[in-house]
Design a protein around this ligand. Structure first.
Ligand SMILES: [Zn+2]
Length: 73
C-alpha cells in the first residue's frame, strides 16, 4: 500500500516536471520568434542584424551607412 502511494507520488512529480519543461520550451520558442521578427537583412552583405540598427534607403535595409552608400553607387 505504501509502495503504491510512493509510485503515484513519483508519477505526479514526473508529470509536473514534464509540464514545466514543455512550458519553458514554449516560452523560449516565443522569445526566439519575436527576435526573428525584429531581425532584418542587409541588402548589401546579406548579414542579419537587429531592426533597431538598420539604415533604410529606398525601402531597403542596410547594416551600416557605408553599405547603404556603396549599394547606391
Ligand atoms: Zn551590410
Amino acid at each position: 500500500m505504501f509502495v503504491r502511494l510512493l509510485l503515484v507520488l513519483l508519477v505526479l512529480i514526473a508529470a509536473f516536471v514534464a509540464v514545466r519543461r514543455v512550458q519553458a520550451a514554449l516560452r523560449g520558442d516565443d522569445r526566439r520568434r519575436v527576435r526573428d521578427a525584429r531581425t532584418v537583412r542587409c541588402a548589401h552583405c546579406d548579414v542579419y542584424f537587429p531592426r533597431d540598427e538598420a539604415i533604410e534607403v529606398d525601402g531597403r535595409t542596410y547594416c551600416s551607412r557605408a553599405h547603404a552608400e556603396r549599394h547606391r553607387a
